[in-house]
Ligand binder design. Structure first.
Ligand SMILES: NC(=O)c1ccc[n+]([C@@H]2O[C@H](COP(=O)([O-])OP(=O)(O)OC[C@H]3O[C@@H](n4cnc5c(N)ncnc54)[C@H](OP(=O)(O)O)[C@@H]3O)[C@@H](O)[C@H]2O)c1
Length: 166
């Protein structure tokens, strides 16, 4: 792995006050462990794809153990969550939309941050309002039963996402 020199250079920028914090994204478990444990980089946050249709349990367990928050990118599965019937049904109970339930589910989890992209002002407002939704155990169980292997951001240069997860 050749990330050492880069992370060391970025760490130096932080030490010199030129960077407030260091975040990384799209690291697999091997990479984040290497960055944190071998290189000792002060990682403030790790950004990965995370939504109701993709599990990030091993990554979350690791990051929580290190006190590093996880940012969920594509938290609406790039808009697909808005059409999901299970999320919509949960939404009816809370007078909310399926997209809002997806965001509420992410924010319900310890050390998870979500960054939905919304161009429409109505979506922006709805996503902020999702902060007020409180899911219950029935809702969480229904979302847990959704498929968890749907990854939508997977370019050819992506790392092996499953490395060291089993
Ligand atoms: N680090 C990385 O490799 C990486 C990779 C992918 C994405 N990201 C970042 O993650 C962020 C979000 O990802 P994303 O844009 O790919 O996917 P996303 O946030 O999951 O989905 C965006 C789509 O959802 C729609 N949407 C937003 N709020 C909605 C609502 N309340 N109801 C219905 N539809 C709603 C948006 O429509 P409108 O815009 O029309 O409202 C847009 O079509 C971005 O900042 C992106 O840069 C990072």
């Amino acid at each position: 792995m050749k990330m050492g020199a880069t992370l060391e250079a970025i760490t130096k920028l932080k030490e010199e006050g030129l960077a407030r914090a260091i975040g990384v994204c799209n690291f697999n478990l091997l990479m984040i462990r290497h960055a944190v444990e071998d290189i000792g980089a002060p990682i403030a946050v790790h950004q990965v794809e995370y939504h109701p249709f993709l599990s990030q349990t091993p990554m979350l367990d690791y990051l929580r153990g290190k006190g590093i928050p996880m940012t969920a990118y594509a938290p609406l599965a790039q808009g697909r969550a808005a059409q999901d019937p299970v999320l919509a049904r949960i939404g009816e109970k809370h007078s909310a939309t399926a997209a809002q339930i997806a965001i509420a589910w992410l924010l319900d989890q310890e050390q998870v941050i979500a960054i939905p992209k919304a161009a429409r002002p109505s979506s922006q407002r709805a996503n902020l309002d999702a902060l007020n939704i409180r899911l219950d155990d029935h809702d969480r169980a229904a979302i847990a039963a959704l498929p968890k292997n749907l990854r939508y951001v997977d370019p050819p240069f992506a790392p092996n996402w499953e490395a060291a997860t089993s």
